[in-house]
Structure formats: C-alpha cells, structure tokens
Design a protein around this ligand. Structure first.
Ligand code: SF4
Length: 226
C-alpha cells in the first residue's frame, strides 16, 4: 500500500472533532480538486510502499483508539489489503473512520468501518459528483455511518449543496450534511463574511451542520501531519 504519512493528532473535523486519532494518509487520488488541501499526497509516484503489517504496527505505536484512513483517496489502495487492515484494527478495538471523495464504491469496506465521510464535490473544486454512489448510500442500510462533507468557497457552492440535497438526498437528515469553509482563500483564514451569510440562511432553511477544521486553527493551515 502507498502511504504518505502515519501520525497521531486530534481529529480536526466533524463528527469526531477533537478526539485523539491516528491518521493513515494514503498516497494518490483519482481526482484533482482545485481546493484540495492535501496536494502533497496526490503524486502517484510519491509516498512509501508499506505492507498491511507494517501499517498496523505503526498505528499500534500510538495510544489513540480512533483511526482515520484518509488521503489522497484511500479507496484506491488494494481492496483486499484495505479489508485486512481494517479487520485487524477492528479486532484490536479501534474505531475506524474512512474519508472518501465519493467516486469509488466499495461496500465491503463501508460495511466494516464505523464512520464514512463522503465528499459532496462543490463547483469551486471543479470536480463532479458520482450520483450513482450517492443514491446507493442515501438508500443504504448503513446510512447511519455516513456523513457528507461539502467545502464552501463561495455562495454558488452553498446554493449548489442546497439544490443537490433537495434533488438527491432528501432522505438524509440535514445534520449529516457538513458545510465546511474553504481555508485556501488567499490572505484569509477563511471567508468569515461568506460563512456568516451561509449560517443566517442555513438557520432559516435546511439546517445543515456547519463545521470547520480545528487543526487549521491550532496550527498553521498549511502545516502537514497535524
Ligand atoms: S478528492 Fe480529496 S484528496 Fe483528492 S484531489 Fe480532491 S480534495 Fe484532494
């Protein structure tokens, strides 16, 4: 498996924000979002080849009981290896979160994980959503594990999420949709004025959750491995 980095930090994002977590950041992604904040993990030639056993041993060095499989896109790794890794960690009592861009559908992995953070791709990132996957998971019996995260860079992104939700996700509780401001806005932490407008409108309409990335507040937003 191709690994960018394994490190322990706090979980910076909802729904498990603030918990001590070991992150296994896999290398490589099949998308190229303009607003990607882990571009250092995209190069398919980067990273380090590691066996399932080696990754497992690295995770075990830390005393956190939450593991976040992220990337890049973790579901691009060998499916059998991923299943082996998740099973071994679950056997040790770890709670497993997987972060995925929503383009790859591996039900066997979703079944094993505890939390699945699925991206809703917004227009500012320049990528499209895989509607078949959304439909499958919106109606899935594992829906309780799924959270849908959308990066908001501008008002159009917010309007897009509202429409996308009404057209494709009405069966999902709005509290499972997490609006997260884009931190890559130049010279700003994020666009607070935009987010105030979003919050005001959201309180009157869908009442999605508003999230943000705690690690970017505590450390430099561009710092890796935190
Ligand atoms: S899917 Fe995620 S990791 Fe891949 S390019 Fe987009 S934001 Fe980056």
């Amino acid at each position: 498996m191709k690994v960018n980095k394994i490190f322990r930090s706090i979980q910076g994002e909802l729904p498990e924000i603030g918990l001590s977590t070991v992150f296994v950041r896999f290398q490589g992604c099949n998308l190229d979002c303009k607003n990607c904040d882990t571009k250092y993990a995209l190069d398919p030639n980067g990273g380090t080849e590691m066996t399932v056993g080696k990754i497992f041993n690295e995770v075990m060095k830390y005393d956190a009981m939450n593991v976040d499989l992220t990337g890049g896109e973790p579901l691009l790794q060998d499916k059998q290896d991923l299943i082996k890794l998740i099973r071994a960690l679950k056997d040790m009592g770890y709670r497993i979160t997987v972060e995925t861009n929503g383009s790859i559908n591996i039900p066997g992995i979703f079944m094993l994980c505890d939390i699945i953070n699925f991206d809703i791709k917004t227009p500012s990132g320049g990528m499209k959503n895989n509607l078949d996957n959304f439909q499958e998971y919106v109606f899935s019996r594992h829906i309780n594990k799924f959270y849908f995260k959308a990066v908001i860079s501008d008002w159009d992104d917010y309007e897009f999420v509202k429409n996308f939700y009404s057209e494709h996700m009405r069966q999902v509780s709005p509290e499972k949709i997490i609006l997260q401001p884009n931190w890559e806005i130049e010279d700003k932490i994020f666009d607070t004025e935009l987010m105030r407008k979003v919050v005001e409108d959201n309180l009157k309409t869908n009442k999605f959750r508003i999230g943000f990335q705690l690690h970017k507040v505590i450390w430099d937003p561009k710092k890796e491995g935190v």
